[in-house]
Design a protein around this ligand. Structure first.
Ligand SMILES: *Cc1c(COP(=O)(O)O)cnc(C)c1O
Length: 388
């Protein structure tokens, strides 16, 4: 068991005990195929439908509006490609933003190759898209708007309810990737005015490989894989009943504990932010100050390579993430930070700290002890190199 300080909860979270218990219980006692007519099957079917109901309750949806999937990526694919194929007679234009998760961006790029047109809206310096920009981008042939709820690199929370209102008035289907938002801020599909919403269990202390897509009643969707009649014909394959039950337990706990966990995370984040700003010069905070998740902090440390900081922190037992994406061995500055107007060098010099429920004030203090030394050592090294 790794005993370091884990500050990378936006990448994934450990499975919490209560969720593991729910998973174990269904794994060991309810093995039936939920499509079977006998008692073994009906037991599994009951657990499956109860899980669906519990997930639905947490987001203000009806049980039949929840489709279980293999996670956030599949939910994004089903929402976006599923809508594009279902509505292709109606139009071929999709609106999204430049700061989406790769699961959304790469879906849109694939659709462009199939003849769809995609508008990638810009964001402001706080990583926020303005609702009027969405409004202006809508055309008669627009069939889908997909804007993420909270950004996974900066934590910035988009004005989803306003965009939802616009989408509804214009009669355009609206999808949001809420993978980072669920469990951190209140999520209600009617208040947000979304038609489709992606969720993932492993970002909220559930297992990997399980998640869900909210599909508002009456929303046309095309399946991406073909098979049996599972999940309203939208996602065939024998259901992962233990995973579904674990997801339900995870989202239930996250929703129940939201007010207290939010306070805890906000306190730690404030301490971390203040501590870094006090102890280290030439730092820049990336993301929205007010409309932001309580657990994500993105900072640039001028003159220091993000990956070098990450590796040095790892040696000290602290796990964080960089704002850069590794593509074919070379690190490139984050597309999110670049879209916000952050200079490429400063984007390469960024770290993402994402806090979680098990983090403590002592751990934050420990990070504040080791980080300034690492930054100043790497800065000295950079200066020495520059002088040679
Ligand atoms: C993690 C993440 C995903 C992908 O979810 P998986 O369950 O890992 O496929 C999608 N969108 C966002 C915003 C994420 O943070």
């Amino acid at each position: 068991m790794c005993r370091g300080i884990y500050l990378d909860h936006a990448a994934t979270t450990p499975v919490r005990r209560e969720v593991q218990e729910a998973l174990d219980e269904v794994l060991s006692s309810t093995f039936g195929n939920a499509s079977s007519i006998h008692t073994f099957g009906q037991d599994a079917k009951r657990v499956l439908e109860e899980s669906r109901e519990r997930v639905a309750t947490c987001i203000g949806a009806e049980p039949e509006e929840i489709i279980f999937t293999s996670g956030g990526t599949e939910s994004d694919n089903l929402a976006i490609r599923g809508t594009a194929y279902a509505l292709k007679e109606k139009g071929n234009h999709i609106i999204t933003t430049a700061v989406e998760h790769p699961a959304v961006l790469n879906c849109c790029e694939a659709l462009e190759e199939e003849g769809f047109e995609v508008t990638y809206l810009p964001v402001d310096m706080e990583c926020l898209v303005h609702p009027e920009w969405v409004m202006e981008a809508i055309r008669p042939e627009t069939i889908l708007i997909t804007v993420m709820f909270a950004n996974n690199e900066t934590g910035s929370i988009q004005p989803i309810a306003e965009i939802g209102g616009i989408a509804r008035r214009k009669g355009v289907v609206f999808h949001t990737d809420a993978v980072q938002a669920v469990g951190k801020v209140p999520v209600n599909v009617d208040e947000l005015g979304v038609d489709l919403m992606s969720m993932s269990a492993h970002k909220i202390y559930g297992p990997k490989g399980i998640g869900g897509l909210y599909v508002r009643k009456g929303t046309m969707l095309h399946p991406l894989v073909y098979g049996g009649h599972h999940e309203r014909n939208l996602r065939p394959g024998t259901e992962n009943v233990p995973g579904d039950a674990a997801f339900a337990r995870a989202i239930e706990l996250a929703t129940e504990e939201l007010p207290s966990s939010r306070k805890h995370l906000e306190l730690l984040k404030e301490r971390l932010t203040g501590g870094i700003q006090e102890r280290i010069e030439h730092v820049q905070r990336n993301g929205a100050l007010d409309d932001c998740l309580p657990n994500i902090l993105n900072m640039s440390f001028a003159g220091v390579d993000g990956e070098a900081m990450l590796l040095n922190l790892d040696l000290m037992g602290v796990a964080v993430s960089t704002g850069s994406a590794c593509s074919s061995g070379a690190t490139e500055p984050s597309h999110v930070l670049l879209a916000m107007g952050v200079e490429p060098l400063l984007a390469q010099a960024s770290l993402r700290f994402s806090l979680g429920r098990d983090n403590t004030e002592e751990q934050v203090e420990r990070v504040l002890e080791v980080l300034p030394e690492i930054v100043s050592r790497l800065r000295d090294l950079g200066d020495a190199r520059a002088m040679r």
